[in-house]
Design a binder for this molecule. Structure first.
Ligand SMILES: [Zn+2]
Length: 234
């Protein structure tokens, strides 16, 4: 808890939270950009290559080996940051959570208006007929998951080389335009489109909670360099 942040929250009526991988690492979900680091490399390609649209199409089996191994994290639970944001939404203060994470932990905490910029591991669709599959159905199998119609099932996760969902993006922009307090947490704001989205924020107060420096630090009302669960938790 941070008294300066609590004061800003108290004064605000329309809070938007924008979060990245750092929000989930405190729930034990590793940042996939670092999961197969130089020192424990078990894949022939870096995560950015494996998690690309072209790789999904050309090396589907290897894609799913990595995906099941690194992106599907079993047993992760919401941490105090997720829970506090859900509580603020219930109080009517927080209007939206915009997240770069795909793990569904905000919804697990009770948040309802969650704008998932990069999709979710919890939704999976047949690439031919569109039939929907659960996370368990993808996680439990081996090899390439296939629909009853025979086609490949694709997680509803935005891969490198794929565009963002325009509907999600425009809802994120609208919520940022209407906000009077923006709390950014667990992101270094280096991944597209995070940094650019921030430009739509028209409110006065900007709070940044991140362990390292971000390009937006200069614009911020308040910069907090502590674990986000500790800062947002009560
Ligand atoms: Zn199908």
């Amino acid at each position: 808890m941070d008294p300066r942040l609590e004061k800003l929250i108290e004064q605000s009526r329309s809070i938007v939270f924008f979060g990245g991988a750092g929000v989930s690492t405190e729930s034990g979900v590793p940042d996939f950009r670092s999961v197969d680091g130089l020192y424990n490399q078990t894949y022939d390609y870096p995560p950015e290559v494996i998690l690309s649209h072209d790789f999904f199409v050309q090396h589907t089996e290897e894609f799913f080996r990595f995906y099941r191994d690194k992106l599907i994290v079993r047993g992760a639970k919401p941490n105090p940051a997720h829970l506090r944001l859900a509580a603020l939404e219930k109080e009517g203060k927080l209007k939206a959570v915009i997240t770069q994470n795909i793990d569904g932990l905000h919804q697990a905490a009770g948040s309802r208006n969650v704008l998932e910029l990069h999709g979710s591991i919890h939704r999976n669709f047949c690439t031919r007929c569109g039939k929907s599959y659960t996370l368990d159905q993808i996680a439990q199998g081996t090899g390439v998951p296939r629909c009853s119609c025979g086609a490949v099932i694709k997680p509803d996760v935005v891969l490198y080389g794929e565009g963002l969902d325009q509907m999600v993006l425009s809802r994120a922009v609208r919520s940022l335009q209407q906000a009077d307090l923006l709390i950014v947490g667990g992101t270094s704001l280096s991944v597209y489109p995070a940094a650019g989205l921030l430009d739509y924020y028209g409110g006065r107060e900007l709070v940044l909670i991140n362990k390292t420096e971000t390009p937006a630090d200069k614009r911020a009302t308040l910069v907090i360099r502590r674990p986000i669960g500790e800062v947002l938790g009560l």
